[in-house]
Design a binder for this molecule. Structure first.
Ligand code: NAD
Length: 507
């Protein structure tokens, strides 16, 4: 739900970041940032005016003139400092994240930490943004490439990783010499803003990093702005497809990482205890609000007998506020998200799936107003049911059955999404076959959430991704730069002229 409200609530305002200054928006449209465990209003976020968005882009454009020429070491040291500041402020960042997003404190630290890894990677930009050189491509001629920044780039982020995903974007964009305009999720922008404060404290010059807030209008303004050269988007397939089409038509480079329906296959030779732990953690952790959450498990053959044990394990998970010790499953981001997930559970029952565990209306003492749904498990799930066809984005696990590994692989490849997948097996041959034949970006072998570390790039296939290059890793260096190829001849003073060359051959 992105509709702004004009209700005045006396909570602190979230600022815009323009030209190195945190400024109050002049907008009349505000939205509350709400603690999803308690409904406490934590802050008000503005929907920036068109003038404010233009000002942010203009400041990034101006800053680019000097930032693009800034030495590698200067850029690199900002991220060395930023990683230190993030480490020093880890507990505070996690607490802020839990308050506005809902996930448990340890998982909030994980959210910050996975972003911190990208900051560490950005500090090594000197080794990443390297061109190529070929000596003597013709007589006295060398050819080399330089990877030059694009200009003003923009990032649009979702609510579910308000630390990690902004950190996927601005550190690598800035490290490669671009300037940046970030549009965080309007549902939980506070930890993102704190990270931006730390980025300024680490030495990011004014105008190099800017932040605007808002929803649809702000995103469309970014897609249309003539001075923005590239956009990184992470969010739902519907919005990502819109952003990709609109911004591409405007001549921008765009990468969109989008929705998912992540399947795991359980082969009966898998280690049962390890597998059931992995499945429960990946399906219900973060209340299922991860783009890499496991939402479908295909039980092959004898492993179909493991359902009661999986249900028993899911029942042991503690549903409570993210700040409570021992909590496994926190609240969903909003009342609307909870209502949607509950509605889908009802549809699942109506569509004929078997409800093995019902997480609707859990009792959560002390958090009676929170947006909680407990772990929910359906078996007998088939394509055509809404719980299978839609991304639920809640703690709901769908179980399906297959007789063979081939059938299970075919099942996954027939789903339109291709974000993440996993296989659980003790057989190298089964794992290798899976790895070869599955058409999904991130593949886990006995790893339920295979999010790559930043030496590699996040990826995705089919409906989960638009654009060729993924976030972080080597691919994002290509995304945020353009290749210039220089062919150079330096004549020796003693070189005798060979006369006029009217051919295309280098002589
Ligand atoms: P969302 O698409 O609703 O929002 C993403 C961004 O788009 C936000 O900044 C939002 O303000 C903006 N937006 C929302 N509606 C818009 C509209 N109509 N027009 C233009 N902009 C709009 O996504 P979300 O609910 O915040 O996040 C959850 C989704 O993100 C899930 O589908 C999840 O799978 C996906 N996700 C994907 C990845 C990945 O790497 N593939 C990672 C995290 C989340």
């Amino acid at each position: 739900m992105n509709a702004p409200t004009s209700t005045a609530v006396l909570a602190p305002t979230v600022k815009l970041l323009i030209g190195g200054k945190f400024v109050e928006s002049q907008t009349t449209q505000w939205r509350n940032v709400v603690n999803p465990a308690t409904q406490e209003v934590l802050a008000r976020v503005p929907f920036a005016t068109p003038e404010e968005i233009n000002a942010a882009v203009a400041s990034a454009k101006e800053a680019f003139k000097t930032w693009k020429k800034t030495p590698i070491g200067t850029r690199s040291r900002i991220f060395l400092k930023l990683q230190q500041l993030i480490r020093e402020n880890m507990s505070e960042l996690a607490a802020l994240l839990t308050a506005e997003q809902g996930k448990t404190l340890p998982d909030a630290e994980g959210d910050v930490f996975r972003g911190l890894e990208v900051v560490e990677h950005a500090a090594g930009i000197g080794n990443l943004q390297l061109g190529e050189l070929a000596n003597n491509v013709a007589n006295g001629v060398d050819t080399y490439t330089v990877l030059q920044p694009l200009g003003v780039c923009a990032g649009i982020t979702p609510f579910n990783f308000p630390a990690m995903i902004p950190l996927w974007m601005f550190p690598m964009a800035i490290a490669t010499g671009n300037t940046f305009v970030l549009k965080p999720s309007e549902q939980d922008p506070m930890v993102t803003m704190r990270l931006c404060e730390l980025a300024l404290e680490a030495g990011t010059p004014p105008g190099v990093l800017n932040v605007v807030h808002g929803g649809e209008d702000a995103v469309n303004a970014i897609c249309d702005h003539a001075d923005i050269k590239a956009i990184s988007f992470v969010g739902s397939t519907k919005v990502g497809t819109h952003v990709y089409n609109r911004a591409s038509l405007n001549g921008k480079r765009v990468q969109c990482m989008m929705g998912a329906k992540n399947h795991a296959i359980v082969v009966p030779d898998a280690n049962k205890e390890q597998t059931l732990n992995a499945l429960a953690g990946a399906a219900f952790g973060a209340a299922g609000q991860r783009c890499m959450a496991l939402s479908v498990v295909i039980l092959v053959g004898e492993s179909q007998k493991w359902i009661p044990e999986l249900v028993a394990k899911a029942k042991t998970l503690k549903v409570s506020g993210g700040t409570e010790k021992g909590t496994d499953v926190g609240p969903l981001i909003s009342c609307a998200a909870r209502d949607r997930v509950v509605g889908l559970i009802e549809r699942g029952i109506a569509d004929g799936a078997t409800l093995e565990l019902d997480g609707r209306n859990p009792s959560v003492p002390g958090y009676e107003k929170g947006n909680f749904v407990g772990p929910t498990i359906f078996s007998g799930v088939k394509p055509g049911m809404s719980i299978y066809d839609q991304e639920i984005f809640g703690p709901v696990l769908c179980l399906a059955a297959a007789d063979t590994l081939d059938e299970a692989i075919e099942f996954i490849n027939s789903n339109p999404n291709g974000n993440g997948t996993a296989i659980f097996t003790q057989s190298g041959a089964a794992a290798r076959k899976f790895q070869e034949e599955i058409d999904v970006g991130q593949v886990g072998i006995n790893v339920p959430i295979p999010v790559p570390v930043p030496i590699f790039s996040f990826t995705g296939s089919r409906a989960s991704k638009l654009g060729d290059l993924g976030p972080y890793g080597k691919q994002v260096v290509m995304f945020y730069t353009q290749t210039k190829t220089v062919t150079a001849r330096w004549f020796d003073d003693s070189t005798v002229s060979q006369g006029v060359n009217t051919t295309i051959s280098l002589k």
